[in-house]
Design a protein around this ligand. Structure first.
Ligand code: URA
Length: 203
């Protein structure tokens, strides 16, 4: 007799609050054993711009809020350079909602276990613009493995009419401190001006 495959239907959540409480109770990968907090999101769910990064680090795990550590401080400066209000103009989250031990890269199975939460966030926020900070976010959303240095600063057409731009991850910028013309930081500052321009066009 052939074995029956019983695939669970994808969950249908009506609100971000429902998605968040499911994520907070999640036990579907090993990260639930070491996390202190589930880091679900911050910012404005009505924002036109959604920023997706990789996974919480130590400070984020302690506080339950994305981008509050060293890379968060740089992230704030980048947003300031684009005159983007962190609380009002963006909805911020990570591909993986729980901290990988020692800040290692999230594993494939961890990304897969968390995919439903990210998809639901995208579906319920429906941003017009999406920034993908770093390779993990680019792979999870655009399903491409191109180097960020090649595709950053480019808008890709995505689902529900959204435009998606890969950008450098702030942690990478912390390791590449030069602000010389053409350096990663210089390019990031240029990219954020383009994001500001697109936001202004939408307003
Ligand atoms: N790095 C990330 O990718 N996300 C955070 O929230 C913090 C650091």
């Amino acid at each position: 007799m052939s074995e029956q495959l019983h695939l669970a239907p994808p969950p249908i959540w009506q609100s971000l609050a429902e998605v968040e409480s499911a994520a907070r109770a999640c036990l579907q990968c090993g990260l639930c054993q070491t996390r202190k907090n589930v880091v679900f999101s911050s910012g404005n769910p009505q924002a036109k711009l959604m920023i997706i990064a990789e996974a919480p680090g130590r400070n984020e795990d302690e506080l339950g809020v994305p981008f509050v550590g060293r890379s968060g401080k740089l992230f704030d400066k980048i947003l300031e350079a684009g005159r983007i209000d962190r609380e009002k103009e963006i909805y911020l989250c990570n591909v993986v909602k729980c901290r990988p031990p020692n800040n290692r890269l999230p594993l494939k199975e961890e990304i897969q276990a968390c995919e439903k939460y990210l998809n639901a966030q995208l579906e319920l926020v429906r941003p017009a613009l999406i920034l993908l900070a770093g390779a993990t976010a680019v792979e999870a959303v655009l399903h491409v493995k191109d180097p960020i240095s090649r595709i950053r600063g480019t808008w890709f057409d995505w689902q529900f009419g959204a435009k998606v731009m890969p950008v450098f991850h702030p942690t990478y910028l912390l390791r590449n401190d030069s602000k010389e013309v053409g350096s990663p930081k210089w390019l990031m500052w240029k990219d954020i001006q383009e994001v500001r321009r697109q936001l202004d066009l939408l307003n």
